[in-house]
Design a protein around this ligand. Sequence first.
Ligand SMILES: Cc1cc2nc3c(=O)[nH]c(=O)nc-3n(C[C@H](O)[C@H](O)[C@H](O)COP(=O)(O)O)c2cc1C
Length: 193
Amino acid sequence: MRSTICVAWLAALLLSSAHCRDSVHVLIVYHSEAGHTQTMAEAVARGARSVSGAKVTLLPVAEATNENVLAADAIILGSPVHNANVTPALQQFINRWPFEGAPLRDKIGAAFVTAGGMSAGEELVQMNILHSMLIFGMIVVGGPDWRSAFGASGIVEEEPFKTQTGEVATPFLAKGEALGKRVAELAKRLSTK
Ligand SMILES: Cc1cc2nc3c(=O)[nH]c(=O)nc-3n(C[C@H](O)[C@H](O)[C@H](O)COP(=O)(O)O)c2cc1C
């Protein structure tokens, strides 16, 4: 009887240690000058927070540190499109990440952008961010379907999507939320010890 209890207890212990952690950390860092990318970042954060157990940190790039990066299970970066490139502030943040010993290996990474126009650099900038993440050994993902294959993006200066300063049209915000949700869910699935 005693040995049966002991075996059952051991099995329960092993099973529980193989389970997903209860919580995962999702870090969202963005650069924004006129507020559009910040609005998109808030949508991404809403999506991530909708996943139970996801602890979400949302920071402008000027306030984000390498400690935030190291503590995260998943990192989602957002940039405006500037001349078809990531903004220097976001790239400088990435360039400061710790590299030796690959401490970011196997963290999940994803990207979002806002852009003035369609086909004026949005996917290039999403891919720039993902390329950098791959250098650090991260596992990069896009949104949940083909319409956000490289991450979320929002067009803000071209009709029919043109918005007031700082605003992003609802369909693009929905893509941002879906990206945040997917990344948080994947982080949970990868969080087995
Ligand atoms: C210096 C500069 C360069 C830009 N270059 C592009 C560009 O190449 N392609 C594009 O679609 N939009 C371009 N834009 C528009 C911004 O990407 C767009 O307004 C974006 O939403 C700004 O984000 P923010 O409001 O978060 O600063 C540029 C804006 C600035 C200020």
